[in-house]
Design a protein around this ligand. Structure first.
Ligand SMILES: [Zn+2]
Length: 189
């Protein structure tokens, strides 16, 4: 499971699909999410920032997203992070999964602070469930409890020391002293 916030738990306040908002039926192209414990929004997937902006001209429907960031993922999909209070990246920048993109907010067509998270393949908004592993249903979801070694690898990955956490996670069983060393390095940096 991937949480696009800097925390271990997230609330889905409005899932993907048909819904009624303020009395009118609409198709909701993404998830509305609230980080539990942190409002710092992080990249779910690495890639390149295509847009980091706010559109105030209301004849352009994109104004509804408020402060938003669009990332072209390394998987070729487009990732939208909308309604932010502030943005921490600029167009053209390369980001890794987990990098901070901004702070959750209530800008644009929004009624309470939340993150509208949308994934597109071409121009089609797809169900984010397959990408995030978070069920398409309102509720609060938690990351599985991690071991000390898994946390240490995560720290080293976030700091850019290692690029392929999947590879290093498999190495824990090889040598217990190796796992302890990784833990000590993660504490020091
Ligand atoms: Zn939404």
């Amino acid at each position: 499971m991937i949480i696009p916030f800097d925390c271990d738990s997230v609330r889905v306040t409005s899932p993907y699909g048909n819904r009624t908002l303020n009395g009118s039926k609409q198709f909701h192209g993404g998830y509305d999410l609230v980080g539990v414990g942190s409002y710092d929004i992080c990249a779910a997937v690495g890639g390149t920032v295509v847009h980091s902006r706010i559109i105030t001209d209301k004849s352009n429907p994109t104004w509804q997203w408020g402060n938003y960031v669009c990332i072209k993922g390394t998987d070729g999909r487009l990732y939208y992070y909308c309604h932010m209070k502030s943005r921490a990246v600029v167009a053209g920048q390369t980001v890794k999964a987990g990098d901070k993109l901004g702070i959750m907010g209530n800008t644009g067509y929004s009624f309470g602070a939340h993150l509208h998270f949308e994934v597109r393949e071409g121009s089609k908004a797809i169900n984010p469930e397959s990408v995030l592993g978070i069920p398409n249903k309102a509720g609060t979801y938690f990351l599985p409890i991690k071991t000390d070694y898994e946390r240490a690898i995560e720290v080293l990955h976030k700091k850019g020391v290692i690029n392929t956490p999947e590879y290093w996670l498999k190495r824990e069983k090889i040598d217990p002293y190796f796992a302890q060393l990784i833990g000590r390095i993660a504490e020091k940096i």
